[in-house]
Design a protein around this ligand. Structure first.
Ligand code: MRU
Length: 353
């Protein structure tokens, strides 16, 4: 499909380096950070200059290439040994988004399977990182369009509530949950997006609203605790969120607050959809209890801006993600189609076919 106007690409290969949109500065500043080294890419992922599971995967793939480029030996075994160390560094950045580990595995596999000189391997790694970037964009377009089949046919246009930012900024472009929003908007079937602000990092308030405004998509910002009230008032037709890692049984880890959103959706009979690429599905984990949950700096919750909002003597707990049990998920929207959470294994069959 054609790129929408104002398409945002958070990770761009340009002039032998990677340009990242600095997502920590949006919406006030639209600025790029230029990344030349794998260690700088690791830092950018850790500090959330680039964030969102698929975008982290793309950035990681380029990080692997940048690391490969820094290796000076022409000896294949020594090269592969050093490349494993680059992979180790990137693995320490963020634990929950499986796309990071998926991208590292794919890049390592490519390196091991490429015959020829070290220079040949480096070139193939760059090509693979670019492929991962391009594939993710196509995947997002497919997710958006696959969702159209399940949007309720009503005379009224739909309202969609989303949490965090699963948009163009969180992917190679277009987005997963916001990809669904974009496709619905393009087809004239969307009335409005409701964006949860998404405490504590405010990805909804800062990033999702920014993306919507760029494209003229009507958007209403609410705080996370307002979702149940909005549903009770009949303001929300469906909920669509992204995912950082989905276990084989369909349990889905996503930004903290997603689980409570799924519970209130169930209580109000509002369909709750997860939109994610198959690279987000971790078939090695039987259920969501085994998904590692990142804990971030407590400063994110005891400060608002630069102001400390709590008295001394308080303890903090700041998990960045939670796991929504499969039974609360109406369906999972992937590039290969829409699946009941318990039927994700079928998506693999379709992938092979
Ligand atoms: O901590 P973040 O901002 O990286 O968390 C992002 C999310 O939770 C997204 O919903 C998820 O990665 C899906 S992005 C398409």
């Amino acid at each position: 499909m054609n790129s929408p106007i104002n398409q945002v690409y958070p990770v761009i290969w340009h002039n032998d380096s990677v340009l990242l949109i600095d997502q920590t500065r949006l919406p006030n500043e639209y600025a790029f950070v230029e990344i030349h080294r794998s260690s700088d890419m690791a830092r950018a992922i850790k500090t959330m200059i680039v964030r969102g599971a698929p975008a982290i995967g793309v950035a990681t793939a380029y990080g692997m290439y940048l690391g490969a480029r820094e290796i000076e030996t022409n000896n294949r075994d020594q090269f592969l040994n050093h490349l494993e160390k680059v992979a180790e560094l990137l693995r320490t950045t963020r634990p929950t988004a499986v796309n990071l580990f998926w991208a590292i595995s794919r890049m390592l596999k490519t390196a091991y399977e490429t015959l020829g000189t070290v220079e040949d391997i480096k070139q193939t790694l760059l090509n693979t990182a670019q492929d991962i970037n391009a594939e993710d964009l196509q995947t997002c377009y497919a997710i958006g369009d696959n969702a159209l089949t399940l949007l309720p046919e009503t005379p009224e246009k739909l309202t969609i509530l989303t949490h965090c930012n699963a948009g163009a900024l969180a992917t190679a472009g277009y987005g997963t949950a916001l990809g669904v929003v974009r496709s619905a908007f393009r087809e004239g079937r969307l009335a409005r997006v409701f964006a949860d602000e998404t405490r504590p990092r405010l990805q909804g308030a800062k990033l999702t609203t920014w993306e919507c405004v760029q494209e003229g998509i009507p958007v209403t910002l609410i705080t996370d605790s307002m979702a149940a009230h909005c549903m009770k008032q009949g303001l929300i037709d469906i909920v669509v969120v992204g995912a950082d890692r989905i276990a084989a049984n369909g349990d889905a880890a996503n930004k903290i607050g997603t689980y409570s959103l799924a519970l209130v959706s169930k209580a109000h009979n509002v369909p709750f959809y997860v939109a994610a690429p198959l690279s987000t599905v971790d078939f090695s984990l039987s259920d969501g209890n085994k998904i590692p949950i990142e804990e971030r700096d407590p400063e994110e919750i005891y400060k608002v801006g630069d102001t400390v909002i709590t008295p001394t003597g308080v303890e903090f707990y700041n998990p960045a993600f939670d796991v929504t049990p499969a039974e609360l998920i109406t369906a999972i929207i992937t590039e290969n189609g829409v699946f009941a959470p318990g039927e994700l294994a079928k998506s693999q069959l379709q992938q092979v076919a």
